[in-house]
Design a protein around this ligand. Structure first.
Ligand code: NAP
Length: 257
C-alpha cells in the first residue's frame, strides 16, 4: 500500500487525507503541530506534535516507510516548510508543497500591504483606525497588544495575547458575504487586518470591505522554500500519481470517484 506523510493544519490537508484514503486506498499519516485543541476529523492515521526540527524529521522519515511527503501546512507556517524541504533533500523522499494562491487586490480595494505583523500594527495607527476586525489567527494577536484601537478578535480558539481593548468572536469559517457585511456593520468596523492566507472560505471579508469602502491591512506571506509546489488538492493528487508507483496489494486508483 502506498504510504504518505501529510503535514497538516489546513482545509486542504483535511481534504487530501480524506481523498487519499477513500479514493485511492493510500495509507495516510497526517501530522498536526498540536496548536488546535479540537482539530477537524480526518481519514487515516494522525500523529501530533513537533518532530524536533529538521534533524528530528529526518530521523522520523528514515525509521518510517513513506513513499512521499505532502506539505499542506498553512501559507504562514514559516518553519516547517523549510524543515521538510531539508529533510526531503537528505532522505531523497519525494516532496510536494500544497500552497493555495494568494489573494490579489482588485479595483475598489483599499489594501495597505505590509511585510509583517508589527508593520500591520503600525499601519493601523497611521490610518487612525478605531474599530478593527482582527483575523490573523490566535498565534499572531501578540503584535496588537499595545495598540490603542478597539479590536473585534475573530479566531477559532481564544488567543493567549489579546489587545487592551477588544471583544472575542470565536468562529470557524467559511463565512458568507452576507454574514461579513452584517458583522462589519454591527461592530462599526473601520479597518480589517488579515494575513494573505488566500482561499475561498475566508475571502468574503475582502468582498465586504470592498463593498463598504473599508481599508484592509494585508500581511504578506513569509518566504517559501524552492520545492515542487501545487495550488490545490487535485494537483497534489496528480503529483502523487506521477511520483509513486502503486505498490502491489494497494487498492487500484479510481480517478474521479
Ligand atoms: P511553523 O512556524 O512552520 O512551525 C513551528 C513548529 O511547529 C515546527 O518547527 C514544528 O516543530 C511544529 N510543526 C508545525 N507544523 C507541524 C505539523 N504539521 N506537524 C508537526 N509539527 C509541526 O508553523 P506555525 O505557524 O507554528 O503553525 C503550526 C501549525 O498550524 C501548522 O500545521 C500550520 O499549518 C497551522 N496553521 C498555521 C497558521 C499560521 O498563521 N501560522 C494558520 C493556520 C494554521 P518541530 O520543529 O519540533 O518539528
Amino acid at each position: 500500500m502506498t504510504s504518505v506523510l501529510l503535514l497538516a493544519g489546513t482545509t486542504e490537508a483535511t481534504q487530501l487525507a480524506d481523498r487519499l484514503v477513500r479514493e485511492r486506498g493510500v495509507d495516510v499519516m497526517s501530522s498536526l503541530a498540536g496548536v488546535t485543541t479540537s482539530p477537524a476529523h480526518r481519514a487515516g492515521r494522525v500523529r501530533t506534535g513537533g518532530f524536533g526540527g529538521a534533524e528530528g524529521l529526518i530521523e522520523y522519515l528514515v525509521t518510517q516507510d513513506f513513499d512521499a511527503v505532502i506539505d499542506a501546512c498553512h501559507p504562514f507556517a514559516a518553519v516547517m516548510p523549510f524543515n521538510v524541504a531539508a529533510a526531503a533533500v537528505t532522505t531523497g523522499i519525494p516532496l510536494c508543497r500544497v500552497l493555495r494562491s494568494a489573494w490579489t487586490p482588485t479595483p475598489g480595494d483599499q489594501w495597505i500591504e505590509v511585510a509583517d505583523l508589527r508593520t500591520a500594527a503600525a499601519a493601523l495607527e497611521s490610518i487612525e483606525a478605531e474599530r478593527v476586525l482582527l483575523t490573523v489567527g490566535r498565534q499572531s494577536t501578540w503584535a496588537f497588544v499595545d495598540s490603542d484601537a478597539w479590536f473585534l478578535v475573530r479566531a477559532i480558539e481564544a488567543p493567549d495575547a489579546v489587545p487592551r481593548h477588544h471583544q472575542l468572536h470565536l468562529a470557524r469559517g467559511p463565512f458568507s458575504l452576507e454574514d461579513e457585511l452584517a458583522l462589519l456593520d454591527e461592530h462599526k468596523i473601520d479597518a480589517i487586518v488579515t494575513k494573505n492566507a488566500g482561499g475561498a472560505s475566508t475571502e468574503a471579508k475582502l468582498l465586504a470591505a470592498r463593498q463598504l469602502g473599508i481599508p484592509v491591512v494585508m500581511v504578506a506571506r513569509p518566504e517559501q522554500p524552492e520545492v515542487t509546489t501545487v495550488p490545490d488538492v487535485d494537483q497534489a493528487l496528480a503529483w502523487l500519481d506521477e511520483v509513486v508507483e502503486p505498490r502491489s496489494g494497494s487498492v487500484p486508483y479510481q480517478r474521479g470517484v
